[in-house]
Write a protein that binds this ligand. Structure first.
Ligand SMILES: [Zn+2]
Length: 408
C-alpha cells in the first residue's frame, strides 16, 4: 500500500527568484479566476461544466495571444495543475450533500495585504529535484531550501507559498507502507481530556505544552493592541504583521509537538486506540477543540505513522462512555469535571480519571477489533510471557486479505 506524504520546507529565494515566485503565484491565481469565470459563463449558458480537458485546451488556445503572454511565461505543467485543482474543487462543490455552489474566485494579496497566492509545480521527468541545498523549480531555477529532513522517495509535486512572513514549499512524496505486522504484541488506549493532555493506558502522559499557552497569551495581547489602533494606520499594520508572524510560530510549534507525541506513541505500541474526537467534542469540549485542534492533529499523525509501519490504528466511534469506569471491575461512576481521582465504590481501588478512561478505551478497542475479525488473541511466547500482562494478537487472514486487495 502506498501513502502520500506531505512535508513543509523553508525556502530562501534570491530577490530575483522571490519576484518570480510572487509573479507565478499571481499567475496561478489569474488562471484559476479566468477558468472559473469561463466555467460559470458556460454553466449559465447551457448548464454544462468545463472539465479538465476543456480547461487545458483553453489555456493552450489563449497562450498564443499577446494579452495572455503572462500565461506563456508560466510553467505549463503548473498551469495544467490549476485546471486540475479547479476541476476537483468543482466536483467537490457539486457532489451530493454539499452546498451546490461554485468555488470562489481568488482575491489579490494586495487587497488582503498578504501574499496568499500559491502555485503547484509537478515533477515531470525529474524536472524537480534537490541538489546541493537547492530545489530546482521549473522556470524559477535553483531555489535554496532548508532540508531539515531527508526525502523518503521521489518528489511528486511542490507547492510554493508565502506564509506568515516566510517562503515555504510543501513537497508531496509517495511512500511505501511496511507490510502489515502479523503478530501485534501491545495494545494501548489513549484518552484526551478537557485539559488537552494525552494519557495512554500504558502510563504514557503528554501535557499540552507551556510554550503554546505562552504564545497564545501573547497573541491575545497583540489582538487587544490591534483593536486599539486606528485601522489602516502604520502602527495598525505593524501589529497586524506581528500577529501574522505569531500565528506562523504557533502553527509550527503545534505541528512539531504533534509530530513528537505521535512518533513516541506509535513507537511504543502495535495497536493504537483513540476515541473519535468528533463524538468526544460533542460530549465535553464545547467547541474549544475546533479552535485549537492540537489533539486532532496528534490522532491524524499517529494514524499515518501507524499505517506506514504496518501497525493498527483504531477509533472507537460510538457514544461509548469511557470516563469514570473502574479499570479493575468495570463499575461505572459519575464524576464531575473537577474530579481527577476517584475510589471505586465496588472494589475500592484508587483510580486516576484519565488512566482509567484510557484503559477503558483500550478495552473497547480490543473488543471492537476482535468482533470485526481483524485480530485474534493468541498465547504469548515464553519470552513475551515474562513481561507482566502482555497481550498478544494475531492479524487475521481476513484483514491481511483486505490489505492485499487495497494494494492491488
Ligand atoms: Zn472497581
Amino acid at each position: 500500500m502506498k501513502k502520500t506524504l506531505r512535508y513543509n520546507f523553508r525556502l530562501n529565494p534570491t530577490p530575483e527568484q522571490e519576484a518570480r515566485l510572487i509573479e507565478f503565484g499571481a499567475t496561478a491565481r489569474g488562471i484559476w479566476n479566468l477558468l472559473l469565470s469561463e466555467t460559470i459563463r458556460r454553466y449559465e449558458y447551457d448548464k454544462t461544466f468545463l472539465f479538465y480537458k476543456d480547461m487545458a485546451s483553453l489555456i493552450k488556445e489563449l497562450k498564443v495571444f499577446e494579452e495572455f503572454s503572462w500565461i506563456k511565461a508560466f510553467d505549463s505543467a503548473a498551469a495544467q495543475q490549476v485546471a486540475r485543482d479547479l476541476e476537483t474543487a468543482l466536483k467537490n462543490a457539486f457532489s451530493k450533500g454539499r452546498l451546490q455552489r461554485f468555488p470562489k474566485h481568488k482575491v489579490s494579496y494586495k487587497r488582503k495585504k498578504l501574499y496568499n497566492d500559491s502555485f503547484r509545480a509537478v515533477n515531470n521527468s525529474n524536472c524537480i529535484r534537490i541538489e546541493n541545498g537547492a530545489i530546482s523549480i521549473p522556470k524559477v531555477g535553483k531555489v535554496p531550501i532548508i532540508l531539515h529532513r531527508d526525502l523518503v522517495s521521489q518528489i511528486k509535486t511542490v507547492t510554493v507559498q508565502y506564509r506568515h512572513g516566510k517562503w515555504e514549499c510543501s513537497i508531496t512524496q509517495e511512500a511505501e507502507c511496511k507490510a502489515a505486522k502479523k503478530r501485534l504484541t501491545s495494545i494501548t488506549g489513549f484518552d484526551i481530556n478537557s485539559k488537552q493532555t494525552v494519557v495512554g493506558s500504558n502510563g504514557f502522559v503528554a501535557d499540552n505544552p507551556k510554550f503554546l499557552k505562552q504564545s497564545k497569551e501573547k497573541l491575545s495581547h497583540l489582538q487587544r493592541q490591534l483593536a486599539r489602533r486606528k485601522k489602516g494606520s502604520n502602527r495598525w499594520h505593524k501589529t497586524k504583521q506581528r500577529i501574522n508572524k505569531l500565528h506562523g510560530k504557533i502553527s509550527r510549534q503545534r505541528l512539531n509537538f504533534a509530530h513528537q507525541v505521535s512518533r513516541q506513541i506509535t513507537n511504543e505500541t502495535d495497536i493504537l486506540v483513540f476515541e473519535d474526537l468528533n463524538v468526544k467534542a460533542m460530549q465535553q469540549f464545547n467547541g474549544s477543540m475546533v479552535a485549537d485542534n492540537v489533539m486532532g492533529l496528534i490522532t491524524q499523525l499517529a494514524k499515518y505513522k501507524a499505517e506506514l509501519e504496518g501497525k493498527l490504528y483504531h477509533e472507537i466511534g460510538r457514544f461509548e462512555k469511557s470516563t469514570g469506569i473502574c479499570s479493575e471491575c468495570d463499575k461505572n461512576h459519575v464524576l464531575s469535571l473537577s474530579e481527577r481521582y476517584f475510589t471505586c465504590t465496588q472494589c475500592s481501588t484508587d483510580q486516576s480519571r484519565d488512566l482509567s478512561a484510557a484503559k477503558s478505551i483500550a478495552k473497547t478497542g480490543e473488543l471492537d477489533l476482535i468482533a470485526a475479525g481483524i485480530v485474534a488473541r493468541v498465547n504469548p511466547t515464553s519470552q513475551q510471557k515474562s513481561a507482566i500482562k502482555t497481550k498478544v494478537f494475531e492479524l487475521s487472514k481476513l484483514a491481511e486479505g483486505s490489505e492485499k486487495k487495497e494494494a492491488a
